[in-house]
Every structure is written in C-alpha cells, then in structure tokens.
Design a protein around this ligand. Structure first.
Ligand SMILES: Nc1nc2c(ncn2[C@@H]2O[C@H](COP(=O)(O)OP(=O)(O)O)[C@@H](O)[C@H]2O)c(=O)[nH]1
Ligand SMILES: [Mg+2]
Length: 678
C-alpha cells in the first residue's frame, strides 16, 4: 500500500449536469459517516443542492462545500454545478482543489459533453479521476464506454475495475489493482466475493491493459512486463498514484452513486492517490514556507448572517478574529452545505468560511501582511453570452436594485452589469437564460426585489446617402428685442466609420465668429435623433453662409437656426438605418460544424471561414459576421444544436446599412415608441 497522504485534502466534483455529482457527494458523506440520513436530489434533501433555487430546479446552481473524515483523513468536497451556465463557480472551485472527480454517465454518444471540463483540467494540470456513474443498468460493454470517452480525453483513461454482470445489470466489479471482486449492496458497502470463474479471463486482460498504460510512463515497469515479471500490488498502487499526481493518466472507476455502489472504493482511491496540499502548492507555484495564505473562491450573501467568503487555506493557519488583508475575520466557519459551524482556527488544506469580510472579493488571496503572493491557475471571468435589460417597476427601488446587483456580481463573477449609453439600458449579462433567471430569483429571495427584465435593445444608428444644401432661419419677435439666426449649410455623407465632421467655411464675417460654436452645438443636438429616430453618424456639415442681426442675434438663436436646417435638410439626404455587425467566433465539436453553418446563414450571418480550433482535438471554429440583433439569443440555439457544449465570442466589427422590410419594421417600432413617450 502507498503511504497515506497527510493534511486536509480537497476534491471538486465536476462533470456534465445530471451526471450525479450531488448524489455522489451525498453518498460519499454517507459512506464516510458525515451525514446520518442520506438525502436525495429528487426530494430536495441533499447537502449539495441546499438553496431554494437549486431545490426548485433539482439541479446545482452554485458550488457547495462539505466536509467528512474518512478513515482518519480529513476531506473537503466541492459539489460543482454541471450546467455550462454556472461554469464560473466550477472553474473557481477547481482552482482551489487538489484533484477533481469527473462524474459522467455511461453514454459514449454523449462523451462530447465532457470535453470542456476535461480540456480545462488538462490545461490547468489538475489531477482528475473519472467516475462513471449510473452503472447499475448498463448493458454496453465497458470497453465501448471507455473507447467513447477516450475520444474526448487527451490523457489516457486507465480502467481500474471491470464490471461483473448478472442478468440485465451490473452487480459488482473486480478491482484490477487488488484483483479482488466486490458485490454491490444497495445503500450499503459492497461485499468482498471470490472472483467469479467467468471473470478470470476478462480481469487478466483488463489488468494487463492497465499495467501497459502504466508502463508507458515507467521504463522499469515496461521491462518487467516484457519479462513477464508481474510487479506486486504495492508497486502497482505506487505507479497509479504517481501517474495521477503527475497528470499522466486518468484513472476510471465505476459505480452508482444513488445506491452507494463503488463509492467506498472511490473514497479509498482518493485516500491513497490524491496529492496533499503541499504538492498542490508546487503545482500552483506557491512556496511551502512563509506566512499564512488563503484564497477566496466563492462569496455568498447569507440572509441574516451577512457575507461569507469561502476560502481554501493554502499555507499556515487562520484564527477567528485575525486580520487578513487589513480586515478582521468576523467568524470562522466549517461549512456543510447550508450549515455553518463556528470554529476557532483552521489549518492548511481546509476549506472554511470567513464571516463579514466586506472588502474581500472572490479570487482574492489573503495574508496577514496583506502582501498577496502569486498563485497560478485562477480562471479568467467567463465572457457573457446572454443578457437582459433590467429595471424596477418602482422608480424608488432603483438604488436598491443597483446595490443588490452589485452583491450578486460579487457572488458570481460571471454576472456582469453594464450601462449601455446608446440605448440607455442597464444590462445584466451572463452565461445563459437560466443563469440570469436564477439571478432574478435571488433578487427576490435574498433582497426582496422584483426586477423587470426585457430583451436588450439593439443600438441602431442611422446615416445619410445623399448630400444637400439647406438654409435654416430662426426669427422671433416677442415684445422687446427679438431673436435672429440664419445659416446655410451643406450636409454630406462620410464614409462608414468616418464619424461626424463640422467645418466652418463662412467668409467675410456673414456670421460673427462668436456664434459659430453655437451652430455646431445645434447640429450636434440634432444628431442625437435623426429622421429615422436613431443617433446619426458618418456625415459632415459645412457652414457655408448666413446672416445675423446686430441686436437680435444670440448663441441661442444660431443654435435654433442650425437645428432648423438639420431638421429640414436631413430627410432629403436619403437616410438609412445602420445596424451593428459583430465578428462572431463559434467553437464547436466538428461533428456540429455544418449545423453551425446553417445557423449562421439562418441568422443573416456572413460566413468568413472556419478552421480547426487551436488546442482542441476534434473541434472547429467558425468565423462569421452577424448582426447584433441575431446574436441576442444565439447561445440558446447554439447550445441546443451541440449538446450544450458550443460556445461563441463576439466582438463589435462595423455598422452596416440595413434597408427593406426589416429596416422599416425597426423604424416603425422606434417611431411608435417616440409617439407613446409623448
Ligand atoms: N439510476 C441512477 N440515477 C442516479 C445515480 N446517481 C444520480 N442519479 C440521478 O440522476 C439525477 C441527477 O443527479 P444529480 O446528483 O443531481 O446530478 P448532478 O447534476 O451531476 O449533480 C438525479 O435524478 C439522481 O437521482 C445513479 O447512480 N443511478
Ligand atoms: Mg448537482
């Protein structure tokens, strides 16, 4: 047996949604004796899915932490949401874990749903184990399942068990390292049984395959295998642990979390093979020596208890009341799902909650001195792919809304609030519709706020296609002295992106110099809303002539004259709508590339090309120009076409003329809004 690793270790449970992560955490806690009554996802009684939002949907919508002691070792488990919409929490949790258990279903056809998480684990160098769940009713040969899953893993999958089948289902397994057979018991640990006769040959074959995989990374082992000098079990375990910790292989175990099947074996594997925190520090480039370091990977605002910063202690220890980054830790907690238990101090490796550290944000590295050392591997915030314009029914609630949204974005860095100056809307953007709907639920449940939401407006603009010359004359006689301004202007289009230009070509003092800026101001005030109702861009105005009155002329009068000229001249310049066009890069497994081509053309997109996606085996990147109006809900269709794994990035590219019935509809709607507002 390998030496059992010291210290508190932390494992994140990740994988596609509905694969059984929450159920597996519940089962691990149960098998380890950390919960007395095993909860169920469908009954809403698990440690993991504790929030009202998670229970309502029977799915994890955020990372939840738990702890257990198994055979004297301390464990921290992080149940991560599987849905791509809540991926930020999972990435943040993985940044603070020693290893990950990737939970998946025994469905090779859906293996592609594992690709993003496996790629992230590989790139970040996080040791990971694959737990194939829901094995109880699988009839497919395990070799076929592994072959399918291997397609999406760049590291070799090393099968550690072969299933024993009776009738329709799997009733146990032979562990390939120990060559022991186990019979599953529902909701109880498995019995050791003799290896069934008909399993001897498949076991020997699978064991050989496992050893050959290990030999790929160990010449010594390779030589011994060639000489048929089979290494002893402790040697095999040592190789397995080393290769997992070195990110050379992905061990694969089987089970059914719902029935506790294979869970004890998984816990033992973790016990012997997951690296200690000291080893994780090496991976993350943090020296083992030095002052205490903790890193916050989750922030939650708990009703009545205030802000809770969930952190991993990387080095040293933390006491309640201690100062970190200049702020007092006001309450130190051990967390078990929803429950918080106050503790006095915590050691390296532990996952704890720090109470009421108001200035601390998710991702912050905390030390007593406040000097944060570099720690590798903190993920970038995900770029938003979907948004709503938010507001309140009641104007008085607006300030409250901004405050609440600020707290939500603190809890979840993949939620972004922006103000769009063009459309004058407050936007809440994130990873998908469900992500945002959960945020709206939280506004209600945590902040007692009913927010309104509508699809964001597209910031259309308009421009002109013809030139004209026009006079604007403002004359008013009201009692005493009157108002007089008179301008002649040429209006002409500029090339796309040419912006606005104002030129003064007045000669001979027909308009005194001091009034010229007022003319420009008048023009600019007009261009906020052109003849079609949108801001005007890409045109030039030249002041060519005019006249003034020694007494009645004023800046105000010339501003008015300029507005009159614009209001009269612009409709004659063949105005046209401009719509924003984005360059969109769509990443998908190549089996979906042709579907993406039709998606692009179905949304008025212009295909610019496609290529293999760099660094992704079997993925393509499709590049296209697409109107912003068609990108608003693109992610929904893209995900439904690609088993949820397709993603895109869009950057503004240019404004494009839009005419015809589509444009007419937009202009009519705009004019309708204006009429309604009056
Ligand atoms: N048949 C079967 N169902 C399971 C098993 N483990 C979990 N489930 C079910 O799969 C669904 C999703 O489980 P859950 O733990 O919420 O998945 P998560 O989204 O990965 O956390 C639930 O209905 C579970 O009851 C299993 O081993 N066998
Ligand atoms: Mg879950």
């Amino acid at each position: 047996m390998t030496e059992v690793q010291g210290g508190v270790r932390c494992v994140a449970l990740v994988g596609p949604y509905l694969s059984g992560k929450t159920t597996l955490m519940e089962s691990m806690l149960h098998v380890a004796g950390a919960v007395h009554r095993k909860g169920s996802v469908t009954e809403g009684t698990t440690v993991g899915n504790f929030s009202v939002e998670a229970r309502a949907r029977q799915m994890g919508v955020e990372m939840t932490a738990a702890h257990a002691n198994y055979l004297g070792d301390e464990w921290r488990f992080l149940d991560c949401p599987g849905s791509v919409e809540f991926a930020q929490d999972s990435l943040n949790a993985l940044a603070c874990a020693d290893a990950a258990v990737v939970v998946c279903e025994p469905e090779p056809d859906r293996a592609v749903t594992l690709a993003p998480v496996l790629k992230h684990l590989e790139d970040a160098g996080i040791p990971h184990i694959l737990f194939i769940n829901k094995m109880e009713e699988v009839t497919l040969p395990v070799a076929d399942i592994i072959a399918g899953l291997q397609q999406v893993s760049n590291l070799p999958l090393v099968l550690r068990q072969v299933p024993i089948r009776e009738g329709e289902g799997v009733t146990g397994y032979v562990d390939l390292a120990s060559e022991r057979a186990y019979h599953y018991n529902t909701d109880a640990v498995s019995d050791v049984v003799p290896v069934p006769d008909d399993m001897a040959a498949p076991t020997a074959e699978a064991r050989n395959e496992m050893l050959e995989s290990l030999a790929d990374f160990n010449d010594d082992l390779l030589e011994r295998l060639l000489e048929e000098d089979i290494p002893d079990t402790s040697d095999i375990y040592a190789n397995l642990a080393q290769d997992l910790q070195g990110n050379l292989i992905v061990p694969v175990v089987l089970g059914a979390a719902l029935h506790d099947n294979g869970v004890k074996r998984l816990l033992k594997l973790l016990r012997h093979e997951v690296p200690p925190v000291a080893k994780t520090l090496e991976r993350k480039g943090l020296p083992a020596e030095g002052e205490t370091v903790a890193q916050v990977f989750k922030t939650a605002h708990v009703p009545h208890a205030g802000k809770l910063s969930i952190a991993r202690i990387w080095r040293g220890s933390v006491k309640d009341g201690e100062t970190l980054n200049g702020e007092r830790v006001s309450g130190l907690f051990q967390v078990q799902g929803e429950e918080r238990e106050k503790i006095g101090s915590a050691e390296a490796g532990e996952v704890v909650g720090f109470g009421r550290m108001e200035d601390v944000r998710t991702g912050d590295v905390l030390t007593p001195s406040g000097n944060a050392p570099e720690i590798d591997g903190w993920p970038e915030p995900l770029q938003p792919v979907y948004g709503f314009a938010v507001g309140t029914e009641n104007k008085a609630d607006e300030v409250k809304l901004s405050g609440a949204l600020a707290k939500l974005t603190e809890e979840d860095p993949s939620l972004v609030i922006t103000h769009n100056a063009d459309t004058n809307q407050m936007l809440l953007e994130g990873q998908g519709e469900m992500h945002l709907l959960v945020a709206f639920d939280r506004l209600e449940s945590k902040f007692n706020l009913k927010a309104t939401k509508v699809r964001p407006d597209v910031p259309y603009k308009e421009t002109i296609r013809k030139s004209t010359s026009v006079q604007g004359r403002f004359k008013r006689q009201t009692g005493g002295h009157g108002q007089f301004g008179d301008v002649h202007v040429d209006i002409r289009p500029q090339p796309r992106g040419g912006g606005f230009e104002f030129e003064d070509k007045i000669f001979g003092g027909h308009i005194p110099k001091q009034y010229i800026p007022a003319v420009e101001t008048g023009v600019k005030e007009y261009l906020v809303r052109g003849p079609l109702g949108f801001p005007v861009v890409d045109f030039a105005v030249t002041l060519t002539d005019g006249s003034y009155h020694a007494v009645d002329s004023s800046e105000q009068a010339f501003k008015q004259a300029a507005r009159i000229a614009m209001t009269e001249g612009m409709p004659k310049c063949d105005p046209v709508l401009l719509e924003p066009i984005y360059e969109v890069k769509i990443d998908v497994p190549s089996e979906f590339t042709s579907k993406v081509h039709s998606l692009v053309s179905g949304r008025r997109g212009q295909l610019l090309g496609f290529d293999t996606l760099e660094g992704w085996r079997g993925w393509d990147q499709v590049v296209a120009h697409m109107p912003q109006a068609e990108i608003g809900d693109l992610i929904i269709e893209l995900r439904s076409l690609t088993l949820g794994v397709g993603n895109f990035h869009a950057t503004f590219d240019h404004m494009n003329e839009l005419s015809g019935p589509d444009a007419d509809k937009i202009v009519r709607a705009r004019q309708g809004e204006a009429a309604a507002a009056q």
